[in-house]
Design a protein around this ligand. Structure first.
Ligand SMILES: O=C(O)COP(=O)(O)O
Ligand SMILES: [Mg+2]
Length: 226
């Protein structure tokens, strides 16, 4: 008798995992700060503020620059105007397109769970010609909560046909937000070590880490199927 094992759904984070978006985010942050006569931030500073979504990004910016927090909605609107199609400096990390295509060819259902707003996320996936690989795309404004809350990852898993309360799946991300979100669902977490995390790898719960997307399909194939 043949037992058919379905490949596990795999959900990916976006910023710091599939794409290096920090240069475009940095440029738009400094455009907005310049309009408010505020000194620019460095690329390293802005990179270290990415992962929690746009509101968290601007909370960290106003804390770093001692700006009035009642202006956050204005800063965010100006930022989103600049960032809505800002892909000029954004790149896929090396090997991402090849790894995603390989996994899709092997039948893995693929999804995205990012704290980046949904419309911008879809624009970026289109820009890189990878939107068609994902059966489910959840952004920071798709459900009420954001990572590290488990709800957005559960929504992404539901979109791939997994049971959101008892999922047999994997989450692939780069940050503290992703590790905590995966643990809250819970699903095993694979961490890309070249992203925007600040915490040492050993201090974040994860099943395995990888520093090169060429290694990811092999790592995933090692996991027991559903
Ligand atoms: O902070 C953001 O805008 C989104 O970051 P994420 O794709 O790593 O969730
Ligand atoms: Mg990330």
């Amino acid at each position: 008798m043949n037992v058919c094992l379905a490949p596990l759904p795999i959900v990916f984070d976006l910023d710091g995992t599939l794409i290096d978006s920090a240069p475009d985010i940095h440029a738009c942050v400094n455009t907005v700060l310049g309009h408010h006569d505020t000194l620019p931030l460095t690329l390293d500073q802005v990179r270290s503020f990415i992962g929690g979504g746009v509101e968290v990004l601007w909370q960290k910016i106003i804390a770093a620059r001692d700006l009035p927090d009642d202006k956050i909605p204005d800063y965010i609107s100006a930022f989103m105007l600049c960032y809505q199609d800002a892909t000029q400096m954004t790149r896929l990390f090396p090997g991402v397109a090849e790894a995603l295509n390989l996994l899709a060819d092997r039948g893995y259902p693929l999804g995205i769970c990012t704290n980046k707003p949904h419309a911008v996320t879809c624009g970026i996936l289109d820009h890189f010609g990878i939107a068609n690989l994902f059966g489910s795309v959840i952004g920071g404004d798709s459900v009420q909560e954001r990572k590290p809350h488990p709800a957005p990852l559960r929504a992404a898993l539901l979109g791939l046909g997994a049971d959101p309360l008892n999922p047999k799946a994997l989450y692939v991300g780069d940050s503290e937000f992703d590790a905590a979100c995966a643990a809250a669902v819970p699903v095993p977490f694979l961490i890309y070590s070249q992203g925007y995390r600040h915490t040492p790898l050993a201090d974040l719960p994860h099943l395995a880490s990888f520093d090169d997307f060429a290694a990811l399909p092999g790592l995933i194939d090692m996991q027991p199927a559903d």
